[in-house]
Design a protein around this ligand. Structure first.
Ligand code: BYC
Length: 330
């Protein structure tokens, strides 16, 4: 899919101008099929490297931008305990971003390049973080639904064929499980609360449900990367398979909370053992991905501002590194 045309000798020219022989590609695929982990210094097709840099960097950007909607509520959490928990969660997301940038760097792309691509608008981040957090219940809904969706997507990534990404995901998933539990706990407290609190929880579910199920990406027939990513065992399940698994586990949780999932077509199919659900608004997803969601501009402006504000830290770190290097050389 990523490779260019074959030349006369059965070699394939990649974007870096080097060639990849059919033998190399077949040997690589045999390693993947044998469930071997690919490590940073191993030979890999350029398309594999490019796919990983794209996915890992976009994943990292999502973690970093994902701090904004929740960070918005750090100063307004209802109790000291809730505030401390949320603070820890938001800090975890920063940590995830950093592991992921490090995993991306093992593929030969610097963190500066990855961040530059985010700031220039070339690289994407998850659509979900372009929605506003209007009430405290939104913090519950993010933990429950957004982290719940993230876990569903990321547990299989612990078995991704690329070792550094797979290993980073193990810790990320453990922390995401705590995040999901804290979100559910907020929703539980609200749904056992006053009528106004129950209404706030329902309103949050109404606004976050569809964006959460869109997080899994376009449906399989429109997912341009899935087939190749699955053949390379970067992805273990398709977007639709993961979306279905998420819906199947989350609907009973909503019922437990006494909340109604905002989908009139939602129905349990006894024959398949899965929930059937209504049509996703794909136009909304593509608008948000294209930069026209409710908060895209605000999120990017905030990120650019934070990057600019951090310039002095990068400068100081560089000066220190240069000083250490000069000392070592002397
Ligand atoms: N939003 O061929 P497809 C978190 C893009 S953060 C935006 O299916 P692929 C958390 C896709 O990139 C968790 N763009 O792609 C943090 C591609 O465009 P490009 C974030 C999307 O890669 C803080 C195009 O659409 N998780 O948990 O095979 C607080 C075609 O799609 C989206 C990850 O990043 C989207 N929703 O599959 C709380 C997980 N969906 O790149 C929580 C790692 C699709 O060609 N990533 N696109 O320009 C993945 O698993 C995969 O990249 C995806 C997409 C399933 C997201």
């Amino acid at each position: 899919m990523y490779t260019q045309g074959l030349d006369q000798k059965g070699q394939t020219a990649n974007n870096r101008g080097t060639t990849e022989s059919q033998e190399q590609l077949a040997a690589f695929q045999r390693r993947i099929d044998a469930e071997e982990k690919i490590e940073a210094k191993d030979w890999m097709p350029e398309g594999y490297r490019r796919t990983l840099v794209r996915q890992i960097s976009q994943h990292a950007h999502s973690e970093i931008i994902g701090m904004q909607p929740e960070g918005n509520w750090l100063t307004r959490a209802p109790t000291l305990k809730r505030k401390a928990i949320l603070l820890a969660k938001v800090q975890d997301e920063a940590g995830h971003g950093l592991y992921l940038y490090s995993a991306g760097e093992t593929l030969g792309t610097s963190r500066d390049q990855m961040v530059g691509d985010l700031l220039s608008g070339k690289a994407k981040y998850s659509s979900i973080f372009n929605y506003p957090t209007l009430t405290w219940a939104d913090i519950g809904a993010i933990g429950w639904l957004v982290d719940g969706a993230a876990i569903m997507n990321q547990i299989p990534l612990c078995r991704c064929s690329y070792g550094p990404y797979a290993r980073a995901m193990v810790r990320v998933c453990k922390e995401e499980s705590f995040h999901q539990r804290q979100g559910f706990d907020i929703m539980l407290a609200l749904s056992r609360g006053t009528a106004a609190q129950q209404a706030m929880a329902q309103d949050a579910l109404n606004r976050w449900w569809w964006p959460s199920i869109m997080m899994f990406g376009p449906n399989d027939s429109n997912s341009r990367h899935s087939a190749q990513s699955m053949a390379w065992k970067i992805k273990r399940f398709s977007n639709d398979e993961l979306r279905q698994k998420f819906i199947d586990v989350t609907v009973p949780q909503a019922e437990f909370l006494g909340l109604k999932v905002p989908d009139d077509d939602l129905e349990f199919d006894k024959l398949t053992g899965h929930y059937r659900f209504g049509e996703i608004d794909w136009q909304e997803l593509s608008d948000v991905i294209a930069g026209n969601g409710p908060c895209n501009r605000q999120r990017m402006a905030r990120r650019r501002q934070a990057h600019d504000d951090g310039a002095w830290v990068r400068k100081a770190a560089q000066a220190y590194a240069d000083k250490q290097a000069a000392k070592k050389a002397a």
